[in-house]
Design a protein around this ligand. Structure first.
Ligand code: PEP
Length: 247
């Protein structure tokens, strides 16, 4: 398979510093030349300090970044702080942050702007809830999420932008969305993006939601898919490595 691909581990609030270090030791013992896929590990902030340019086949992403630039924000982490620890990517707008931590489209658009204007690259998460799906709101939700996330970006410079389509109803359930639904919604997202002037930005589409070593290959074969954002199956070295080898 020759298409550009991304294998992204979203560890959420799993793995302390020592467990993260051990995972990196183990995955670095694997043959990371068997696939051209880019492995991106997104650990907790404390383990992000393990990121280094020594892991040549692995890059690192943060699970969040502050939407503001004021230093008076106790507990927040800035774009500059992430840049200082060999972090290349930032997950923005994960549904858990939108729903549990009340992150708004406005917050997400500010984060997208800050990251776009930095050396970091965004992994934007979008996706509808089960209720929205059942009410035939998927298209509206995706259009709104994409347009508002991009609303502050002027697209004046080249940048890789990853968009992870993560139907909320498939996350953490062990059952990925049906292949025809993924295909249909990826094509819809492509169409929405094609109507926005993104100039020379490279926009790649990912799927997330119960991806594992058994369904990865079939989903990756879909025409618009360039990889995965993986939660549960990214916590074990062997399952992440198996997905990586297949894409
Ligand atoms: C996620 O939370 O981004 C995710 C895709 O989780 P899981 O793979 O466990 O469904």
């Amino acid at each position: 398979m020759n298409k550009q691909s991304f294998c992204i581990a979203n560890w959420k609030m799993n793995k302390d510093y020592n467990e993260s270090k051990e995972f990196l030791n183990q995955i670095n013992k694997k043959d990371l030349s068997v696939s051209n896929s880019n492995i991106i590990i997104c650990p907790s902030f404390i383990s992000l300090s393990l990121a280094s340019n020594k892991n040549r086949n692995i890059s690192f992403g943060s699970q969040n970044v502050s939407s503001g630039t004021s230093k008076s924000q106790t507990g927040e982490i800035s774009v500059e702080m992430l840049e200082s620890v060999f972090c290349d990517w930032v997950i923005i707008g994960h549904s858990e942050r939108r729903n549990i931590l009340n992150e708004t489209n406005e917050d997400i658009s500010k984060k997208m702007e800050l990251v776009y204007n930095s050396k970091l690259k965004p992994i934007l998460c979008i996706g509808e809830s089960l209720e929205e799906k059942n009410n035939n709101q998927t298209e509206n939700v995706l259009v709104n999420q994409i347009k508002s996330s991009f609303s502050r970006i002027d697209f004046s410079k080249d940048k890789d932008i990853l968009i992870a389509y993560e139907p909320i109803w498939a996350i953490g359930t062990g059952i990925a969305a049906e292949i025809n639904i993924i295909d249909e919604n990826m094509k819809l997202i492509k169409k929405i993006i094609n109507n926005i002037s993104t100039n020379n930005c490279n926009i790649y589409l990912l799927y997330g939601g119960s991806v594992n070593e058994y369904n990865a290959s079939e989903i990756f074969n879909l025409s618009e898919i360039n990889g995965f954002l993986i939660g549960g199956a990214s916590l074990e070295v062997d399952s992440l490595y198996s997905i990586y080898k297949q894409i």
